[in-house]
Ligand binder design. Sequence first.
Ligand SMILES: [Cu+2]
Length: 455
Amino acid sequence: MSSRRGFLRNILAGAGAFASTKLLSAKEIPMPGDQPRKNPVGKREIHEPEGPPPPVETLDIPNLPFRMDGGVKEFHLIAEPVKRQIVPFKMMDVWGYNGSCPGPTIQANQGDRVRIVFENHLPESTTVHWHGLEIPIAMDGLPYVTQKPVPPGGRFVYEFTLHQEGTYFYHSHGAMQEMMGMIGMFILHPEKPYQPRVDHDYGVILQEWAILPNNTIPNTANMEFNWLTFNGVSAPATTPLIARLGSRVRIRIVNLGMDHHPMHLHGNQFVVTGTEAGRSPESTWRRENTVLVGVAQARDLEFDAKYPGDWMLHCHLPHHMMNSMSDLLQNAAVVEDRMIMTTATNDSQALSQMQTLANSVPFQHVHHAPIAENANDVLGFPQDAFMDMGMDEAVAKPETHGLPRNWSANMMGMMTLVRVLPPEKYDEIMDLKRRGVIDQPAPSEHHHHEDHDHH
Ligand SMILES: [Cu+2]
């Protein structure tokens, strides 16, 4: 019980750290589109545009603060080892920037002069490449070709003018370092606000990792990946994207890994309004609900949030909709060569497996979904039967407020919820966020599975 409290405290401390980062950046980063707004291309059906466009929110990742030096926006970017809790029961030792993996989001405006003072706190040399930016060759971050590698303890000053707009990213130009997590988003807000205006603007970085049981360090040479993340966390630890009913939503998705990810949104159609090369002309927008985000690509999606509900956004590759359960099996006699296989083939095995996990991490869980009496007589069983792993309490945050009990049981891998909420529900969550209140799901009775009886 005390360890559970400690765990919640850690979560709270983490949330506080993120909150303060957000406050800092909110103060330091001017809102895009300061210029007066014209009412554009006719009337929107469901809402009237008002105010400047919102800043981009890369949930679970802070913004990189800056200071003004004359007319130059100066950022400090530090490459360093980072500990990242991917889900409540799994920690990763990865590399990133400024204590975050992926690195903090850089937001600037089209036309800005920026200086990025880069320091290398890694045990090996590195550089920073600005993916898609049209900048002088000396700033391109290609080791030996455009600059000397930045040695451990060394620094390099990148400085350039941004004439583009859109969704970009920065990354190390070493293949293994990329797979250790060294990427961050770089948002260029347009001089003239995009039309139509959006009310919510979210950023998501897709990554994948190969981490063996009882290990915390990604195997960067591996070709099979057992952990798939949005902004450095796997579902159900991913923070839901919150949207007010009747608003327009943009989601910017960037992919750096070994696989392409078909990203699917439930219950809505969106249009792809931009790529890694910036905004696309409206004549090219087409309706889709699944968009392939290839390696090194960015895709901006927009849709009108007119259907209330908790709509899932996820990679549709089946293996990217799982978390490695092999960590569960550390005490089991058999670990199959399929890293994601469960060794449980019946009720009591599955329940004791769940109890093992529940004991190792202080979270409340519930039982798996019902199975047939003769399940074990059916060839192929089990498939999804024992994958359910509810952990509502351990991943609770303001954005999960009001989700149905055990919502987290089927959330795994590259997955999150887009919660389209009526105004009063939306305001309630915004209020919880402002006050930094962690939502606590209704408690249910504690028990051990040894005492479990069927119901
Ligand atoms: Cu995928």
